[in-house]
Design a protein around this ligand. Structure first.
Ligand SMILES: Cc1cc2nc3c(=O)[nH]c(=O)nc-3n(C[C@H](O)[C@H](O)[C@H](O)COP(=O)(O)OP(=O)(O)OC[C@H]3O[C@@H](n4cnc5c(N)ncnc54)[C@H](O)[C@@H]3O)c2cc1C
Length: 412
């Protein structure tokens, strides 16, 4: 069996490695990558630490048209299964207190180097610097038009795994160049938009906080309806907000073009429990309001919020008037910013959109329309939040495709 895998990212590398047993019975696995090296996007994941998976994996947390499809995949390949396979490849993992998994080395570079070593050992034919310009079907085989150094050739394969990614961070290699071949093969490509990127807003006076970081709860609203909400660290930028605290919401901007959207930022929510206790009995409370806010926020932010609420910095908690407290809570918990846009593909980490998941089997990742064609990773319309959800899905889908290919060989 001659297998071609297009794309040496997380999904393609894993598919090739898991399909490698076919090489022991006369088959071949060719891994095509148009970058000069494999795993370029993997290298930048998790700020170079490679956040691999997460205890909180749940179908409902993924942007995927069919949560049941996602549930079938996660039931088959959960955190334990992925960690076990990574460990077998020589990538042991550890968990942070909040349930995020990283390689023990805490180095994406180590992960890529180990994967490269495993690919070489497994006899995978690594064809880097080779762009697949298009593919098509001919006589039950897949024809690939290859471009290596402007030398163009056509090669045929029995099975094809498309692991070419989406369109996020095109500088790292994934530019959606094979979506047209997939459409010609009969697949539906659902609207592609950037996700996990910055959100731009009319900051107004909040521009004064540029450069500051906060843990906050943010929510996105359309016509008063809350579309989504997330918690995380965010940074105030020239044009709005960036960081995990808003990235999980950025795709809503692309999903509602031309609609008026608002971003609510609640700076106090993560610390509210402790503060509420202090504010429960105003007569017994000690210290100043400023002091209370300083427990959670930097002085620049506290002074800004107090001035926005028109409160004297020395205002004691004891005896603070209800109206004063309300003003402070309003500016600290219910800031509504008009959204003016979101990051584009160049600064958004993943892609929403791609091959419709209903056209792909979630247990084998074989196309339901074209036998012998496998679609894995970000090429499909699946996108998760920050926290290892996307690498879990990319590695996991590649794993299941490779496993299925191996089982076919065993059955012949
Ligand atoms: C800055 C950043 C940080 C991230 N951090 C994390 C994180 O910590 N945890 C997490 O879970 N997710 C993270 N992600 C998301 C995650 O990296 C992706 O979801 C995942 O890598 C997708 O894997 P993939 O194999 O499907 O696609 P890709 O990694 O995009 O791989 C596709 C490969 O196919 C190649 N290719 C494309 N077209 C062709 C062609 N025609 N011919 C030949 N080769 C082709 C590309 O060059 C590329 O190497 C991050 C993303 C970015 C950009």
């Amino acid at each position: 069996m001659k297998i071609a895998v297009i794309g040496a990212g997380a999904a393609g590398i894993m598919a090739a490695l898991r399909a490698a047993p076919v090489t022991q019975v006369g088959g071949t696995v060719s891994l095509f990558e148009h970058n000069q090296t494999i795993g370029r996007k993997l290298l930048v994941t998790g700020s170079g630490r490679c956040n691999l998976t997460n205890d909180a994996l749940d179908p409902s947390l993924y942007h995927c048209a069919d949560p049941e499809w996602m549930a079938s995949f996660l039931d088959r390949l959960g955190v334990a299964e992925l960690r076990d396979w990574l460990e077998r490849l020589g990538i042991p993992t550890f968990k942070t207190d909040d349930g995020w998994y990283y390689p023990l080395s805490q180095s994406a570079q180590s992960v890529v180097e180990i994967l490269r070593e495993r690919l070489e050992e497994a006899g995978i034919l690594m064809r880097v610097a080779t762009k697949v310009e298009w593919f098509g079907l001919k006589d039950d085989q897949f024809e690939l038009k290859l471009n290596w150094n402007e030398q163009k050739t056509v090669e045929r394969f029995d099975k094809l795994v498309v692991a070419a990614g989406g369109m996020a961070y095109p500088d790292l290699g994934s530019r959606g160049s094979l979506f047209s071949s997939l459409e010609r093969a009969g697949h539906t490509i659902e609207t592609i938009i950037p996700a996990l990127g910055p959100i731009y807003v009319e900051l107004g006076a909040f521009k004064a906080l540029k450069g500051l970081r906060f843990d906050a709860v943010t929510s996105i609203y359309k016509d008063g309806e809350r579309l989504g909400s997330t918690f995380g660290n965010l940074i105030v930028t020239e044009k709005g907000f960036n960081g995990p605290g808003v990235m999980n919401l950025s795709h809503y901007v692309g999903l509602h073009p031309g609609k008026e959207l608002q971003l609510q930022v609640n700076f106090l929510a993560p610390f509210w429990e402790g503060m509420a206790e202090e504010l429960a009995d105003l007569e017994k409370a000690k210290g100043s309001l400023r002091g209370l806010l300083l427990r959670a926020l930097p002085p620049k932010a506290v002074d800004f919020l107090m001035s926005q609420a028109e409160l004297d910095p020395g205002t004691p908690i004891k005896g603070v008037e209800g109206e004063q407290l309300l003003r402070l809570l309003r500016v600290a918990t219910d800031n509504r910013f008009k959204i003016t846009g979101a990051g584009d593909f160049r600064n958004s980490q993943v892609t929403v959109g791609g091959v419709a998941v209903g056209e792909v089997d979630p247990l084998t990742f074989e196309s339901r329309l074209v036998p012998g064609l496998y679609l894995v990773g970000e090429t499909n319309n699946v996108a998760g939040p920050c926290g290892g959800f996307n690498l879990h899905y990319a590695f996991g889908s590649g794993f299941l495709a490779g496993k299925h290919l191996t089982s076919l060989q065993n059955n012949t």
